[in-house]
Design a binder for this molecule. Sequence first.
Ligand code: MRU
Length: 355
Amino acid sequence: MTPKTIRWVGDTNGHVELIDQTLLPVECRILSIRSVKTLWEAIRMLRIRGAPAIGIAAAYGLVLGLQDIQDDASREETVKKINESADYLATSRPTAVNLFWALDRMRKTAASLPAADTKQLKERLLVEAEAIRDEDAASCRAIGRHGADLIPAGGGVLTHCNAGGLATAEYGTALALMFAAREQGNTSFRVYADETRPLLQGARLTCWELMQAGIDTTLICDNMAGHLMGRGMIDLVVTGADRIAANGDTANKIGTYSLAVLARAHEIPFYVAAPTSSFDLSIPDGSQIPIEMRQSEEVTHLAGQPTAPPDVQVYNPAFDVTPHEYIAAIVTEKGIITKPNSQSVREHFNSIQAG
Ligand code: MRU
């Protein structure tokens, strides 16, 4: 059985275990992480990656940080430590809003507690981090249930990067639609997975997950998508999201925007699947989403081997923003936002609050 993407082991003095995703699919190695610094490195280096999974990791990180504090420490000292760890983890990656959402939720939990002893506070924060993990697992199942019918029997599905169980607590967001469709008896669709340069999350992770689930999987290079669409091989595109603005503009792995434009040109629906924790309603549109820039070696090298002249200039944004006009619908754990825009997104969140 595949190990969990990320989990906490033991009581408040325990540690985080996660699959080192940089080694997949060659090796499925479990890392034990016992410090905030090591966790920061794991997020930065994409050992753990995908917006919801990064949020879960950050929540566990605050529990790890408190292990430096004695059980009889003052409230002031404890809060200072939580803030230090949270501020540090917040510098690991800038785009996925789930990281900031989870840190904020943990800080609020700590602040809402009466000035109880530090031992109780540590226990409460571990409970909250586990709740973030469990709620994400439940959200992914619900996303699958809501979106499974979007996949037609015998259809061709294109996905980009990895929005599967490895990017979440389990089950995934974009891939949840495929897993759920299959569980509901639709076994005749085929998934085309973009390899997803520069770090190949599609080839290494998505193909690994889909094939384990027995789904008909075909790997393509990123630049082949238009060719397949032109030949009528793709019926829908579905991706995850790292941050969705209040008007539905969606940041996701670099290359997603190009796919959405291609899909529009071929009159193919382009869907996003994401939990509500991936929405950032504080920003009106995608122009304010911070885009992570990563090191040039990711582009100039493949598997440690140079593939470009040594001094070539490189531009390496890790994400792009797809304007909401290109998105046919966003599937969340609460339902489907068709034709996302400021109004439909607002209505979705209003109905959640009302319900
Ligand atoms: O750089 P990564 O691998 O963290 O990028 C991940 C993605 O772009 C995913 O599509 C996104 O986080 C959604 S995961 C459910």
